[in-house]
Ligand binder design. Sequence first.
Ligand SMILES: Nc1ncnc2c1ncn2[C@@H]1O[C@H](COP(=O)(O)OP(=O)(O)O)[C@@H](O)[C@H]1O
Ligand SMILES: [Mg+2]
Length: 492
Amino acid sequence: MGAKMEADMRKDIFDHLQKLPFSYYDNTNTGKLMSRIVTDLFDISELAHHGPEDLFISILKLTGSFIILLNINVRITVILLLFTFVMLYFSYSYNRRMRGVFKSNREKIANVNAQIQDSLSGIRVVKSFANEDIESLKFAQGNIEFLKTKEDSYFIMGRFFSGNNFFQGILYLSVILSGGIFISLGSLNISDLVVYILYINIFLNPIDKLVNFTEQFQRGITGFERFLEVMNTEPDIEDRENSVEIRNIKGDIEFKDVSFSYNDKHNILSNINIKLPAGKTTAIVGPSGSGKSTFCSLIPRFYEINDGSIAIDGIDIRDIRLKSLRNSIGIVQQDVYMFSGSIKENIAYGKPDATDKEIFEAANKANIHEFIMSLYDGYDTYVGERGVKLSGGQKQRISIARVFLKNPPILILDEATSALDNESEKFIQKSLEKLARNRTTLVIAHRLSTIRSADEIIVITDEGIKEKGTHDELISKNGVYAYLHNMQFKDI
Ligand SMILES: Nc1ncnc2c1ncn2[C@@H]1O[C@H](COP(=O)(O)OP(=O)(O)O)[C@@H](O)[C@H]1O
Ligand SMILES: [Mg+2]
């Protein structure tokens, strides 16, 4: 039962994490989350299957033996009870300290996990800077801090257990002493004292168990508290009660007075009014950091806007069921995430129930089919963690194939070709154009050559939307766009 509870909780916390928004992950470390999911829950099953049983049996034995002891001799039992209360108080005061160190144990091991995660996922950078020693040093620091809290916890546990043993000894001694005195006074006979002392063992045995239980409980409960911390984090972007499914949409997108800031400090975007007409390609241009990617992430509701509204086909996106909203939007970004697995699995991520034929077709449209066929294992080739075995262009084309397979009415291309060389960019540009056909498309590209044919170009700067129009209109206007354009082409 305990193991099942642990597994259930692990599933709950994982499912909950899947629901938490980008903003949560912006401020949370993956390694620390791993620690919460894996390590923190280890002690729960121990507590769950030993705890109730230990508690029940101990309480039964304690009250039973107490009644018997009381029947044998009231006065000695009162003395016994007195010492038991002292022991209880002692345990109680150590409990809080134990909870403190166990909690810090967990935090420190989470730091160690975070360090490992960070260092190993950046292993290529580590090696390229030959910084292995620095990483080892950083790791050692975290590891030593963990060791220190471990030492603290063993120290406190040691005092707790030896303290309890000491009181048990005192208890014995006081019973023998007071028994001896009562015998010499003639108010107790020897056989009663012998029986009494034999029964004390039955009384002390559950106390031992309870002491052990205390430690187990504190271990389990600190993990449980950390579990609750995550579970109580509300996913702030959730479906409203009357949210609707959208199907077969045209793909008209409208921003009305949209303002957005990441952490209420200053607005990244203010009072944006834009229409992205269905089936057309709109390009966004602007200096780095002006909020282009931010703009794109508002449409699939990765972040919630502070003011105004965004509507698709006239329906406010906050009234659309999140799943169906995101199913209608395809995104191709500069850095592509590949899941470790085969190429086929990675393409099929766009549509998990896709047939082989559909996957091949999508790969064909993305100009990657031939390359895949030339590989030793074809579509079953393992791409390596994060797709390390593929080149940037190949990864990008796989991510395009994914979106072909998903076939969404709305398409967002956020610097999709920026990381590529001119040659592969040209190659990919063709498949992107194919992908954009008949979809509402939003393109961000810093190479302005790639957006020349857009139906409308919008220029955003820190001050908001500066200009909009077609390429020719903006060039003849001789404003920001013309300036950016001339900058890029004057050297060539
Ligand atoms: N997740 C985030 N949390 C807080 N600030 C962010 C986040 N992402 C981007 N920013 C800030 O928002 C601004 C716009 O970023 P971004 O939209 O990525 O710019 P662009 O794509 O135009 O280069 C930048 O100043 C950046 O520092
Ligand atoms: Mg960007």
